[in-house]
Design a protein around this ligand. Structure first.
Ligand code: PGA
Length: 256
């Protein structure tokens, strides 16, 4: 196993949840819990909570991420936020290409690629999400779908830049549904992603990439999932909204 070659990261994806006072309370509760973690700890929060999160986590082991970023540097893009705007306030990570953005907001592999490159150019660490639909899994084309997403989403990303990319494998049918991929299914696809990266770049670089699983990961199933040889932590929706649950996941990934 090559797990020691890369960092396991548990990243919370708060989605469209938590007002500022609620965010404050959750982060304060999380701080002493996260302190014990030896895995990477990231919370990706709505734009309105970014400054609060950066402020409150200063001097702790919790890093802050955004949930999206635009690919242009500035200009007439009403409602959008640029990568420089994020780094300027101390944000370090950004989720890109989450299936909810692909499904509801017209995100395509082309825009995921543009956002990923813009994020990297600004010094942000993108968490690039890939995953198959239930129908695609049933048609036995999971690997084709994933390989295509990896190739397109990382088009023109250099080997050097890949070191700052986190991949999240999130089967769309497992997100927010309570249906988790089995540990075997998660391992199979995460290993396939690593093999695809090895072909596109090199084995050495692929071995160093953090590949998370995401989709209904919770305190009950986390330990088994993160113990898989190619699963390096998780991207967590629902279970990131309760400090105690998130704490169990951090412990699992720290031991995984
Ligand atoms: P979930 O969400 O843990 O609530 O399934 C995961 C995600 O959407 O990143």
């Amino acid at each position: 196993m090559n797990k020691e070659l890369r960092q396991a990261i548990i990243a919370g994806n708060w989605k469209m949840n938590k007002t500022r006072p609620e965010a404050r309370a959750l982060i304060e509760e999380l701080k002493p819990i996260a302190e014990k973690a030896t895995c990477g700890v990231v919370i990706c929060v709505p734009f309105t909570n970014l400054e609060t999160a950066v402020e409150l986590t200063k001097g702790t082991n919790i890093k802050v991420g955004a949930e999206n970023v635009h690919f242009e540097k500035s200009g007439a893009f009403t409602g959008e936020i640029s990568a420089d705007m994020l780094t300027e306030i101390g944000v370090e990570y950004v989720i890109i290409g989450h299936s909810e953005r692909r499904q509801y907001f017209g995100e395509t592999d082309e825009t995921v690629n543009k956002r990923t490159r813009a994020a990297l150019a600004a010094g942000l660490k993108p968490i690039v999400c890939v995953g198959e639909l239930l129908w695609e899994r049933e048609c036995n084309i999971t690997e084709e779908v994933i390989a295509r997403q990896i190739k397109l989403d990382l088009f023109d990303v250099s080997e050097e830049d890949l070191k700052n990319v986190v991949i999240a494998y999130e089967p769309v049918w497992a997100i927010g549904t309570g249906k988790t991929a089995t540990a075997e299914q998660a391992q199979e696809v995460c290993a396939f992603i690593r093999a695809t990266l090895a072909k596109l770049y090199s084995k050495e670089t692929a071995d160093a990439v953090t590949i998370q699983y995401g989709g209904s990961m919770n305190p009950k199933n986390a330990a088994e999932l993160v113990a898989q040889p190619d699963v390096d932590g998780g991207l967590i929706g629902g279970a990131s909204l309760k400090a105690a649950d998130f704490g169990v996941l951090l412990e699992a990934a720290s031991n995984g």
